[in-house]
Design a binder for this molecule. Structure first.
Ligand code: ADP
Ligand code: TRP
Length: 324
């Protein structure tokens, strides 16, 4: 039996990048009989950017509903909010903080990317990778499926856990990241990495008109309608290749190269695929968000189950530290 674990922040609404890069691959892994999966909402991590309690709660529900919409089986697996097990996560984080070299954190993308404005950086953002390491080793995860952007954090998690093991005794399973190289970093509507924090994302659960509006905002160059276009440098085409079947993709490529096919046409096709492809998921998502009691019930069950594992690990950790 392998333990698979991954977390997703609640810093905004779940988007296409999260779904293709993290949720779908993680759900597929969770369905394998030999795996048990821990999927959680990293709402404590989101506090580094979200300072509004109501908004954090709303996002947390949205993210939870997205996991369920994408087929996560909460009976077989573990499904929880990090904040509801915060006592374990943050206690372990402290122990791991004391094993983490300052330069390692100063080198983390999560911090470095924003370090030109140090005054805007909170300590939570700086120690973000340590909380992530705690999230993982608390449940003795073997594998952590994430998008490519998380590779560095995962390497840090492993190093931090190994340092603790060397200092106090072998207690933590050293986690391996599972990065599906086939899943690229999904571009946002502005061509940068799609991210909640850049506000450039496509929320596939939006109502029809709103979804179309977002798709229409995808940035393209100004090649006139009649001229041939380069599909390989176009965001609309890139996104289309990620969601449409190969026949449709080949057709769109030919249309780009032939000319007399505008970005507006391509956007309409992209919207149509997004609208139909995620129809079932959209229904389940909306169902949970309009029945929050059902969602709470699933989360609370998961939190009770996950709490048992977390308590076991922390007993062992405290034993090693002489705190029992
Ligand atoms: P965001 O950048 O939107 O805040 P998170 O940091 O919460 O997203 O990421 C949650 C998961 O989704 C991670 O495993 C991450 O690698 C994956 N992910 C996020 N954005 C993308 C993207 N643009 N392409 C591929 N995977 C992504
Ligand atoms: N930092 C991850 C992200 O932004 C979210 C996360 C928090 C996570 N804890 C984790 C992912 C533990 C994997 C394992 O995507």
């Amino acid at each position: 039996m392998s333990r698979i674990l991954t977390g997703i922040q609640a810093s905004g609404k779940p988007h296409l990048g999260n779904i293709l890069g993290a949720i779908q691959p993680a759900v597929a892994l969770s369905k394998k009989p030999d795996n048990e999966s821990f999927l959680f909402i990293a709402d404590l991590h989101s506090m580094t950017s979200i300072k509004n309690a109501a908004q954090l709660k709303e996002n947390t529900y949205a993210v939870a509903a997205a996991w369920l919409a994408c087929g996560f089986d909460t009976d077989k697996n573990y499904f929880y909010r990090q904040s509801r097990l915060a006592a374990y996560h943050t206690e372990l984080m402290w122990y791991l903080n004391c094993q983490t070299p300052f330069p390692m954190l100063a080198n983390a993308h999560s911090f470095k990317d924003k370090s030109d404005k140090l005054a805007d950086i909170n300590a939570g953002l700086f120690t973000y990778p340590v909380l992530q390491a705690a999230d993982i080793v608390l449940y003795q995860a073997d594998f952590v499926p994430v998008g490519k952007d998380q590779k560095q954090h995962l390497e840090m998690s492993k190093d931090i856990a190994a340092a603790f093991n060397r200092t106090y005794g072998e207690i933590f399973t050293l986690p391996e990241s599972l990065i599906d190289e086939a899943v690229m970093v999904i571009p946002g509507i502005d061509g940068q990495k799609m991210s909640k924090s850049y506000n450039n994302y496509i929320d596939v659960f939006l109502p029809e008109n709103d979804l179309y509006k977002v798709v229409k905002k995808i940035v393209t160059d100004a090649t006139p309608l009649e001229e041939p276009k380069n599909p390989d440098t176009c965001n609309v085409f890139k996104l289309f290749t990620l969601v449409a079947d190969s026949e449709k993709v080949a057709k769109m490529r030919a249309n780009y190269l032939a000319g007399n096919y505008g970005y507006g046409h391509a956007k309409k096709e992209l919207f149509e695929v997004l609208w139909t492809k995620f129809e079932t998921e959209r229904d389940i998502y909306n169902h949970y968000l309009s029945h929050l009691d059902l969602l709470e019930e699933k989360l609370k069950e998961g939190e009770a189950k996950a709490g048992i594992i977390a308590a076991q690990t922390m007993n062992g950790v405290r034993e090693l530290l002489g705190f029992n």
